[in-house]
Design a protein around this ligand. Structure first.
Ligand code: SF4
Ligand code: SF4
Length: 314
């Protein structure tokens, strides 16, 4: 029942933002002053990144996002295979991260959707609306599939995590509240009057400068610092700062399917709990809200990990 309400709430918000869809707009560049008409060797500054994208390519991005989440669910829920998930993560980092330069992403779209719902003069493209809602809709049914190998930010952090240490539970819980504070602050800055409005999630995105191979030195340094920290502390941005992760955690609480520790096979050895770098296994069960779909628990399981698969082939 609560899942139905969540879907209804998402549809209501979706309807609101659909009214704020962008009208087709063509910039009258031929009438604007050009390099030749300005003269004096004037060069148009090369600052517009990312470049506007053709409509069909934007739709392709949404289709790819939906397909990637379907693949993520299939790999993690059905195949229970971490190696394939790593391949999906690397593909997502390459495509959504370095090729698409981290844009459009659901995390930043929180701000666009917020403004679209509160400011009648603000319009957003349909692809931004779809990018915001799709991962939440999937979370209602299957948990955080977007975080498992689809989100470029999360996948990048997953790929660099080589020697995870467990964060003490109390500290982990306390730091986990930061993302909700950040979410409220981001919404607060987004609904300010136009002159003061600020999209802080995008401005302080620690990885977008890396994906674009450009940007302020301090943001590149921040991204590098997150990655170095993330070699030992599992996905620090996801767990403690990502505002969209906070929304996904809420919606994934309603999901009935997702990562499951296999009750009919388990030995109660606790190896899966030790293997989870995100503290997402409690009392030998995966906690949907915190589970980042990494599939490390399957890999560590003596009853279904790679060793069992090898034994089966022998
Ligand atoms: S928590 Fe945020 S940054 Fe991390 S994978 Fe999920 S959406 Fe991406
Ligand atoms: S329970 Fe932990 S180890 Fe297993 S998929 Fe979820 S986050 Fe990864």
């Amino acid at each position: 029942m609560s899942r139905l309400w969540a879907v209804v709430a998402l549809l209501c918000a979706l309807t609101g933002s659909v009214w704020a869809q962008a009208l087709p707009y063509e910039r009258p560049v031929d009438r604007a002053p050009q390099e030749k008409s300005i003269g004096g060797g004037y060069k148009t500054p090369d600052v517009q990144k990312p470049l506007p994208r053709k409509g069909w390519l934007e739709i392709t991005d949404v289709v790819l996002l939906a397909a990637a989440m379907g693949v993520s669910v299939w790999i993690v829920v059905k195949r229970r295979n971490r190696r394939w998930l790593m391949a999906l993560s690397a593909t997502s980092v390459a495509y959504f991260g370095f090729y698409r330069e981290g844009c459009v992403c659901p995390i930043g779209s929180i701000q666009n959707v917020t403004v679209a719902l509160t400011d009648g003069h603000y319009h957003i493209p349909m692809v931004v609306t779809a990018t915001f809602f799709l991962p939440l809709l999937v979370a209602v049914f299957y948990g955080r599939a977007f975080c498992g190998g689809v989100c470029a930010l999360g996948s990048l952090q997953e790929l660099v995590l080589i020697r995870p240490v467990q964060v003490p539970k109390k500290l982990d819980r306390a730091l986990g509240w930061l993302k909700y504070v950040y979410l409220l602050a981001a919404i607060g800055f987004a609904v300010l009057p136009l002159a003061q409005r600020d999209f802080v999630i995008c401005r302080f995105d620690p990885f977008v400068s890396l994906f674009r191979r450009s940007g302020f030195a301090h943001m590149l340094a921040l991204g590098a610092a997150f990655l170095v920290l993330g070699m030992f502390v599992g996905r620090p941005y996801c767990r403690y700062l990502c505002p969209y992760g906070g929304l996904l955690a809420w919606f994934s609480r309603l999901s009935s399917r997702g990562v499951s520790i296999t009750p009919n096979k388990e030995l109660d050895c606790g190896l899966c709990t030790d293997a989870c770098p995100y503290g997402a296994i409690e009392k030998m069960r995966a906690v949907r809200a915190n589970c980042l779909y990494c599939a490390r628990c399957y890999e560590a399981c003596p009853r279904e990990g790679p060793l069992v698969q090898l034994r089966g082939q022998a």
